[in-house]
Design a protein around this ligand. Structure first.
Ligand code: NDP
Length: 340
């Protein structure tokens, strides 16, 4: 056995609706010795992302469910502390799908593991606006939304890492950009700090009218992150020829029976003048990983993309932070600082 002890958050039982005490628990075990070709990574930062919740259910979505007893899936940023692979040296900083744990062993040939190139930005940004959520926002907007200068782009969950990149990229492309976010403080930040033209507070009680007022020329691109009442309000304002990249619908992720949820596909598919709409996965552009990451990192380094973070301290606080994120308690990218 190695000298290390691993702590991990595992799926103890499948949550029914919101996550409750006992669904996710912390377990501890010794780290085994490395075999030839393997690498031991110490997690520094863990990314909390909405998609992790549907993966706790027993239904197959676009990815397999997490097994009972297995660590919760997730991407992290970590440092190589031991290596028996010629590809990685002790001290390398990598992003990998380690799951929610303090140490992980990967094969040196494992896919989706990237050495972090230094662009002079904080390391954890490679899990946020310069990482998977940033690439999701950028690629989904540019390749599925296909915005043109002068068009109106609406994005929900506007203050989160995906929405932040969507909105600021659309502004750079010359669009009128309207965010939708929960609460006055987030909306003020989206306009004043991120530079969106408007931001509608869907919790203020006047969503349909407020959105109509913010989009006097209708909506040409709707970047879907949330579903539910926001989707229904957007659907009434779409222009002919509109495009809707369906990135996710977080309002339904805690549903007890996901087969009964009204999804954005139901809402947009029922329209007489249907927008061009489809679900996409960020991995469709895996071949552009390095190129898009470098672009976003450069944008962050030069202050063209601004962002916010909410940081939970230690793995012990990961579950509460995750539960909060699904209700909008996070402000910007939700991270866990696992170790210094
Ligand atoms: P965020 O950091 O924006 O967190 C989720 C946000 O959703 C919350 O902060 C909250 O913001 C909002 N929200 C929660 N419940 C509701 C509700 N009932 N109605 C409206 N909004 C709600 O998340 P990300 O930026 O990381 O992710 C955004 C979306 O992108 C998610 O749907 C996610 O699943 C998806 N995604 C998809 C990928 C893909 O490849 N297709 C890859 C990565 C992410 P507020 O307080 O403003 O309501």
């Amino acid at each position: 056995m190695s000298a290390y002890t691993n702590r991990k958050v595992v799926l103890n039982q499948r949550p029914q609706g919101e996550i409750k005490d006992g669904d996710l628990v912390i377990k501890q075990d010794p780290v085994r010795d490395l075999k030839d070709g393997e690498v031991l990574i110490k997690t520094l930062w863990l990314s909390l992302d909405p998609y992790m919740r549907p993966r706790m259910n027993d239904s197959k979505g676009y990815m397999d469910p997490i097994e009972i007893g297995a660590p919760i899936v997730g991407e992290s940023l970590g440092r190589v502390v031991e290596s028996k692979s010629p590809k990685y040296a002790v001290g390398d900083v990598v992003t990998s799908y380690s799951g929610w744990q303090e140490y992980s062993i990967i094969s040196g040939d494992a896919p989706m593991v990237y050495k972090v190139q230094d662009h002079g930005i904080p390391l954890q940004t490679y899990l946020g606006v310069a990482g998977m959520p940033g690439r999701t926002g950028y690629c989904g907007l540019v390749y599925v939304g296909k915005p043109k200068a002068g068009e109106t782009v609406v994005v929900s969950a506007a203050s989160g890492p995906v929405g932040t990149v969507v909105g600021q990229t659309a502004k750079q492309l010359g669009c009128r950009v309207v965010g939708v976010a929960g609460g006055e403080e987030k909306c003020r930040y989206v306009v004043e700090e991120l530079g969106f033209d408007e931001c509608v507070d869907y919790k203020a009680g006047n969503l349909e009218q407020d959105l109509k007022d913010a989009c006097p020329d209708g909506i040409d691109v709707y970047f879907e992150n949330v579903g539910g009442e926001v989707t229904r309000a957007v659907a009434k304002l779409l222009n002919s020829g509109a495009r809707v990249p369906i990135c996710g619908y977080v309002s339904a992720y805690n549903a007890e029976d996901s087969s009964k949820v009204e999804t954005p596909f139901h809402v947009f598919g029922a329209l007489e003048d249907k927008p061009e709409h489809r679900f996409f996965l960020v991995t469709e552009w895996q071949d552009k990983h390095q190129e898009v990451t470098a672009h976003l990192a450069e944008q962050v380094a030069t202050g063209k993309i601004k962002y916010r973070e909410t940081i939970a301290e230690g793995l012990d606080n990961a579950v509460d932070a995750f539960k909060g994120m699904l209700k909008g308690k996070n402000f910007g990218k939700q991270l866990v600082r696992v170790s210094e």
